[in-house]
Ligand binder design. Structure first.
Ligand code: BF8
Length: 652
């Protein structure tokens, strides 16, 4: 597709990244532009800003501001979901229903909301009120915190970092970083933890709960990924962004007989819906709607010339889309009251008349079908099985009657599974598309590490075929392969969108509750990786995972690398978010740009956690002779030898 772009003389994020070298002062966190006396660019050791701000204060301020923006984005999404739940409960949201009553009851009961003898709408109304209140709450503790292991909650209480209210922590982060406020890097970063916790154990967790309640808790379903999911003879509509309220209704509208008839009347076979980024993940894992790609494929999709409309809502939408689309017939349709792009068509989405708006958007796209010129759809797509919510993993491992994480814990304790890695986050054109994601995933799988993925990382793995049962097992270590074969699961589990990283927190909590892997998340042989991070949301996720006790490795450049000639240990901020946070929370944040080094440190951490728990050292030679391995060896033999091996007789 890049060759195609070059032939057409069109630029993309890839070519712009080549032309635009990053500012080395800003990239290292050494530029302060928080007041009108600057921007102050610190380039010499000991230098300060005009106000006297030191390099570590400036780095810490920049980092917390990014974390606050990420937490705000995730949490504002959660707030909108809570308002939608309230509208559904009161019969004011056209087209939506409460799809997962069991999850509604489980979540509500956890907070003491009465469930017995009550209609789902009544329970949903109370839960929506409770969740809406978390955003503007001024004192106390946000309620999802109670779902963390007790030991973890103790750590947070002792440090005084339990979020009081979601909005309050984000606002305070902005206040503290105004000129003349908090000027102690470690103190600033302590509040960064509280802000990030208000995302992971606050806004994002609320968003995931409500998505499941309204659209169904994901379970495995067959899907496809990559640009080859676009179709020559259909109206191609791509939903791109993050909010499932829109994309779910687009699924419903695209299957409406009236819309299908409208598309046929326009000469197409129907409407082919696909997704990009996290809203794509939301409909991929629930309905198997194909993913056209991840973050760096949004422009490539338009370059196919086969997309009638790209319908966007919030987050990770490149402004370049509109200019690029002007070379084709593609319409860029913005839908959120929060996001407009100059030159795009704006059709505002309103959950009170969701189905009506979704149909209006689709009619626009269908009307555009006759304007399509030459299409250039690459014939590349891969099957995948997404939909591994923690509820499904529970069922998958234990069955209907004894749903449990026991087999997973046992497999880790025996050493069949060496440990667990969450590989999440974005694409970044500063490295080859998907390269870091897939390099790290490949090597960890070989080393018997079970992988869970979300966001653009999950779509990267999907395109490589890792999200398939048997087909994904060829490059997997012997012990992990046995477990995957026994359970019938892929070695990489797709757990959803970026707000669904909270599912990973829930899985880790459940592993603790199951027993045998310590009493806290920080004791589990687990790591988190964001090999190609680029968004502020990724930084917020990284910080809340650290606060939850996880060792988190970010690939690519560090936003707080500081003076280039200083050894990392003399960089106060780098040292604090690594060694300092580890001493307090048991988790740490490090930036490592070499994939082999990311893997080495991840495995080293996993092995040290295994040793601390008194588990046997990982030994790949111990496992791999059960499961399907023997049958695979036999199948590889010539026919006569195969029959001899199977039946013990030579057959002519
Ligand atoms: O929230 S992984 S590029 S799409 S920020 Fe964006 Fe990063 Fe993709 Fe989803 Ni998450």
């Amino acid at each position: 597709m890049l060759a195609h772009a070059a032939a057409l003389g069109l630029g993309t994020a890839f070519s712009r990244a080549e032309e635009m070298s990053p500012c080395n002062i800003g990239a290292a966190g050494m530029c302060c532009k928080l007041c009108g006396m600057g921007p102050c660019r610190l380039t010499k050791d000991g230098q300060t800003g005009v106000c006297g701000a030191t390099i570590d204060t400036i780095q810490a301020r920049n980092l917390i501001r990014a974390i606050a923006a990420g937490a705000a984005a995730h949490s504002d999404h959660g707030r909108d979901m809570a308002f939608t739940l309230k509208a559904v409960a009161n019969g004011e949201a056209e087209g939506y229903v409460i799809r997962d009553v069991a999850k509604l009851r489980t979540v509500a009961a956890r907070y003491g909301i009465p469930i017995d003898g009550r209609a789902p709408a009544e329970i949903a109304n109370d839960l929506a009120d409770l969740y809406i209140a978390q955003f503007g709450q001024q004192r106390g503790e946000v309620v999802p915190i109670r779902r963390a292991p007790p030991k973890r909650q103790e750590v947070w209480k002792q440090r005084g970092v339990v979020p009081r209210g979601i909005d309050r922590e984000v606002v305070e982060a902005l206040h503290r970083t105004h000129i003349g406020d908090d000027q102690d890097a470690e103190h600033i970063l302590e509040h960064a933890i509280r802000t990030a916790l208000s995302d992971g154990w606050g806004g994002s967790m609320i968003a995931t709960d409500i998505s499941d309640i309204l659209f169904g808790t994901p379970a495995p379903v067959l899907g496809q990924a990559n640009l080859g999911v676009l179709k020559e003879d259909m109206v191609n509509v791509i939903v791109h962004g993050h909010e499932p309220t829109l994309s779910q209704m687009m699924v419903v509208a695209s299957q409406d007989p009236e819309i299908i008839a409208y598309a046929r009347a326009a000469g197409a076979q129907g409407v082919n819906l696909s997704g990009i980024c996290c809203t794509g993940n939301e409909i991929l894992m629930r309905q198997g709607i194909p993913a056209a790609g991840n973050f760096l494929q949004q422009e490539l999709a338009i370059l196919t010339g086969a997309v009638e409309a790209m319908v966007v809502d919030v987050q990770c939408i490149m402004q370049a889309l509109v200019e690029l689309a002007s070379n084709f017939h593609t319409k860029i349709i913005t839908t959120s009251p929060k996001v407009k792009i100059k030159g795009a068509t704006h059709i505002e989405f309103d959950e009170h008349r969701a189905l009506t708006v979704a149909k209006e958007i689709l009619r626009h796209a269908i009307d555009n079908y006759s304007n399509r010129g030459d299409a250039h759809i690459p014939p590349v797509r891969q099957d995948l099985v997404p939909g591994f919510s923690h509820e499904y993993i529970n069922y998958m491992l234990g069955g209907h009657y004894r749903a449990s994480f026991r087999p997973l814990n046992d497999a880790i304790m025996s050493g069949r599974i060496r440990g667990v890695a969450a590989i999440v986050g974005c694409n970044n054109p500063r490295s080859t598309h998907d390269y870091l994601h897939t390099q790290v995933a490949r090597e960890l799988l070989r080393q018997d590490v079970l992988i869970v993925q979300t966001g653009c990382g999950a779509i990267a793995a999907a395109k490589l075929g890792f999200l398939l049962g048997e087909a994904g097992l060829t490059e997997v270590g012997p012990g992990l392969r046995e477990v995957c074969e026994a359970v019938g699961m892929p070695p990489v589990l797709h757990m959803g969108s970026c707000v669904d990283n909270t599912r990973i927190l829930t899985v880790l909590t459940q592993m603790v509750e199951e027993g045998g892997l310590g009493e806290d998340v920080s004791q589990i042989p687990a790591v988190g990786l964001a090999p190609e991070w680029m968004s502020e949301k990724a930084l917020s996720i990284g910080a809340y995972c650290v606060a939850s006790g996880v060792y988190v490795i970010f690939g690519g450049a560090s936003p707080v690398s500081g003076m280039p000639d200083k050894v990392p240990d003399s960089n106060i901020v780098l040292r604090y978010i690594s060694q300092g946070w580890e001493a307090i929370y048991g988790g740490k944040l490090e930036f490592i740009n070499e994939p082999d080094e990311m893997v080495r440190r991840a495995l080293d951490h996993i092995d040290r956690k295994r040793a601390a728990l008194g588990l046997p050292a990982y030994d790949p030679a111990r496992f791999g002779r059960s499961g399907d391995s023997r049958i695979l060896e036999v199948e590889a033999l010539p026919v006569a030898e195969r029959r001899a091996a199977l039946y013990g007789v030579q057959v002519e």
